[in-house]
Design a protein around this ligand. Structure first.
Ligand SMILES: [Zn+2]
Ligand SMILES: [Zn+2]
Length: 207
């Protein structure tokens, strides 16, 4: 990634809005989670603290420095509250990164099941390039919330529009993580689950 990171800015905007409309209990739990992750209490999460959390919760694949740097868009070398909320969104939304350019696929993205070793995930421009290179229509769109006409169609013929990426959701936690951080993380998750249940149809939101 070079230049300005629009994806991370949009993600930051999104989590800010979700926070704003979250119940007070979920907001408190979010701050509790951030404070527990900020082990030395200096108000920002260092790479060391970031990695410690990810490894202990079984998200080791996200613990490289690239993601930390991208989240830390303001270059302060530490994650603020909104950057940690963005991280949480990335972990829980189960949305993939573009196979080609490695951008986080926050909005509608495309999946190729036609090539060996797939599925592969693409952003819009990489999808066009991929289809062009492969000489066919390899990529199918994955909608955040399928348009109504797509949903009706999917019930009868086209099941591709409802395709959801099958990344493993059952994470195994290794022993040795900080128990207070784990407790804060679980509390945050539970508060969000309660909030989502209260809203009812909020399956697509994390807060
Ligand atoms: Zn891409
Ligand atoms: Zn393909």
């Amino acid at each position: 990634m070079s230049g300005y990171d629009y994806t991370m800015e949009r993600l930051r905007d999104l989590v800010m809005t979700q926070y704003q409309y979250a119940p007070r209990q979920a907001q408190m739990a979010a701050h509790g989670f951030f404070d527990a992750m900020d082990n030395d209490g200096n108000g920002s999460v260092s790479y060391r603290e970031f990695k410690r959390f990810l490894v202990s919760e079984g998200f080791e694949e996200f613990s490289d420095k690239d993601l930390f740097k991208r989240l830390d868009g303001d270059g302060s070398r530490g994650l603020d509250f909104w950057e940690v909320m963005s991280l949480y969104y990335i972990l829980r939304s189960d949305k993939p990164f573009c196979t080609e350019c490695d951008d986080f696929l926050l909005e509608t993205y495309f999946v190729c099941n036609g090539c060996r070793g797939g599925p592969y995930y693409f952003c819009n421009s990489c999808c066009q390039e991929h289809n062009y290179e492969m000489g066919g229509d390899h990529c199918y769109p994955v909608y955040d919330q399928p348009p109504v006409h797509q949903m009706q169609r999917s019930q009868t013929t086209n099941s591709m529009v409802m395709y959801t990426p099958s990344r493993s959701t059952s994470r195994s936690s290794s022993v040795g993580g900080s128990s207070s951080l784990r407790t804060a993380y679980r509390t945050f998750e539970m508060a969000l689950n309660v909030a989502n249940l209260a809203v009812g149809a909020a399956a697509c939101s994390i807060m």
